[in-house]
Design a protein around this ligand. Structure first.
Ligand code: HAM
Length: 416
């Protein structure tokens, strides 16, 4: 029989790697809390329309990458490819749009049918934040400051790429200029970009095709098409970043792959992951809540690729913490259970070893890297003591093994 394998582009998180992912989540959530973000969890699947409407029909995500299927009731369902659309849907369906401002953060799996490689998965994991109801450009600065604070706490140095894609008016005039420019090169563009030219010409700017990139290098720049309002908005974002000493690179080709952005667009990039260089990205999306059927509500947010951050933390230590092991000599497992409960109530990590052969029991304690072994036998039970054995000390060390009163045990363990 052939061995069953995980689906291509999916992985199991086990051992040190699972602990690394947990550490990333905990760090991200605790930093987000400092900024007033509250956790939100939305379902991992939604009606397909949620993503089609929010992310846009012309995006790669909707066009090529969604896991979409009919459920048994014949409803078209999509596994979420990203987190923003579901959070906006939740805002509207829970009637939260009257309670602004609102700040939400989330962690969870997303699904994209991309070509798997290092740093690119079909089940990926994002930590994200969404800030609703504030049109002040300094809200953009604040969410960027949060991303920076999280990356700093991982000691990851990432380059912040920043752009504005303006308001609707700026984009409309920019679009006309792009269509005029790229139409001259229509036949030289990749077939994907020929389609983009008709549907969403701005996306040609972030084409991965080298020939497209060569043509795009001389394309009109958004900065020449911004309305005064859009220009001033971007100025305020840049000033705010300066106030906080957050450095960035202006990147006029950064347009992001999702259709909902307005004004600020950004990505955090690393040089350490090859082609999968974006470890996070986001921006402002002032039109999205209304576009999805809610009132006009300004918003800004970002999503971070937790799988990619984990790759950057690969060389760190995420070993399982060493437990205290309890070994019984004789049939004292019930007493061991009581002792373990007592230790755990005192926040001491401990594990009972269910081996009756002492040799095998000590081997298992070694294998679990126990910091200390607590032994329960006839004598100990009779005298209300335990024997403690320090596996890391040499055999002839005076503290290698000693008997202690149960009442002194916690003090001794905590003093280590
Ligand atoms: P996104 O740029 O599509 O934005 O994804 C955010 C991050 O998720 C990327 O920067 C990357 O680190 C990670 N990522 C994306 N695809 C993969 C993949 N196949 N494998 C591994 N990691 C991946 C969004 O999803 C927006 N919802 C962000 C946002 C929130 N904008 C506003 N609010």
């Amino acid at each position: 029989m052939t061995k069953i394998q995980p689906v291509r582009g999916t992985r199991d998180f086990i051992g040190d790697f699972a602990r690394c992912i947990e550490f990333i989540q905990n760090t991200a959530f605790s930093n987000a809390r400092l900024f007033g973000f509250e956790r939100i969890d939305t379902p991992i699947f939604e009606s397909t329309g949620v993503f089609k409407r929010a992310v846009g029909d012309t995006s790669d995500i909707v066009g090529k990458e969604m896991y979409t299927f009919l459920d048994r009731g014949g409803e078209e369902i999509t596994l979420r490819p990203e987190g923003t659309a579901p959070v906006v849907r939740a805002l509207i369906s829970n009637g939260l749009t009257q309670q602004l401002p609102l700040k939400y953060c989330y962690y969870g799996p997303m699904f994209r049918y991309e070509r798997p490689q290092r740093g690119r998965y079909r089940q990926l994991h994002q930590f994200g934040v969404e800030y609703f109801g504030v049109d002040n450009p300094l809200a953009d600065v604040e969410v960027l400051a949060l991303a920076k604070q999280i990356l700093d706490s991982f000691e990851i140095s990432a380059n912040l790429h920043l752009n504005t894609i303006g308001d609707i008016e700026s984009r409309n005039s920019y679009r006309i200029a792009l269509v005029e420019y790229f139409s001259k090169y229509r036949n030289d563009l990749s077939s994907d970009s020929q389609q983009r030219l008709d549907k969403n010409p701005m996306r040609i700017l972030d084409s991965k095709d080298t020939n497209d990139q060569r043509i795009a290098a001389d394309a009109p720049k958004i900065s020449d098409y911004l309305t005064t309002f859009a220009q001033q908005f971007f100025e305020k974002v840049r000033n705010g970043l300066e106030v906080l000493n957050i450095t960035y690179t202006l990147d006029p080709t950064l347009v992001r792959g999702l259709d909902y952005y307005t004004h600020t667009a950004f990505e955090f990039k690393t040089t350490e992951l090859g082609a999968q260089d974006a470890i996070g990205g986001g921006g402002r999306y002032d039109g999205l809540v209304q576009h999805m059927g809610g009132p006009a509500i300004p918003a800004v947010g970002w999503g971070m690729g937790v799988d990619r951050i984990a790759l950057l933390l690969e060389n760190r230590n995420f070993k399982k913490p060493a437990p205290v092991a309890i070994i019984v000599i004789g049939d004292f497992f019930e007493q061991a259970l009581t002792l373990a409960k007592f230790l755990r109530e005192q926040k001491i990590i401990c594990e009972i070893i269910y081996k009756t052969n002492p040799g095998k029991a000590f081997k298992e304690a070694d294998k679990m890297n126990a910091s200390l072994v607590v032994i329960l036998g006839d004598d100990e039970i009779a005298t209300n003591t335990v024997k403690i054995k320090n596996l890391s000390l040499p055999m002839d060390h005076p503290d290698k093994e000693r008997s202690v009163n149960i009442t002194d045990l916690i003090g001794i363990l905590n003093a280590r």
